[in-house]
Design a binder for this molecule. Structure first.
Ligand code: ZN
Length: 118
């Protein structure tokens, strides 16, 4: 395969070592819905993953949100360790997505800790 070919994403590969080259372990905590608009319970707002449990995509908790959420794989690959506050880039449009509605108000607070292979 030529070098510029993008790495396969989780979902098309089940091998996390292919999805995260050079990364030994991942500890990521995602807290969303900071104002409690969408979730009834605290446990619904916080999720924590490691390299072996990390999903490709984390869903936005706003039930009306379309095309929102965070692409966790590209997030992990493009950020270094730290805490990040990211607003959802989804919108409250029609389910068919033909019309773009109001932008989603949800925020993601992400705490990322990556251990790279030496
Ligand atoms: Zn959203």
């Amino acid at each position: 395969m030529p070098k510029h070919t993008p790495k396969p994403f989780l979902g098309t590969t089940t091998n996390v070592n292919d999805a995260f080259p050079g990364i030994e372990e991942i500890d990521i905590t995602i807290e969303q819905d900071p104002y409690g608009y969408y979730c009834q319970h605290q446990w619904q707002r916080v999720s924590r993953y490691t390299k072996s449990t990390l999903p490709k995509h984390v869903q936005c908790t706003n039930p009306r949100c379309q095309q929102g959420g965070i692409d966790l794989q590209s997030f992990v690959l493009s950020h270094s360790n730290g805490e990040f506050d990211i607003s959802c880039n989804g919108h409250e449009g029609t389910p068919a997505g033909r019309r773009k509605g109001d932008p989603c108000d949800n925020h993601f607070k992400i705490k990322l800790n990556i251990e790279r292979t030496k």
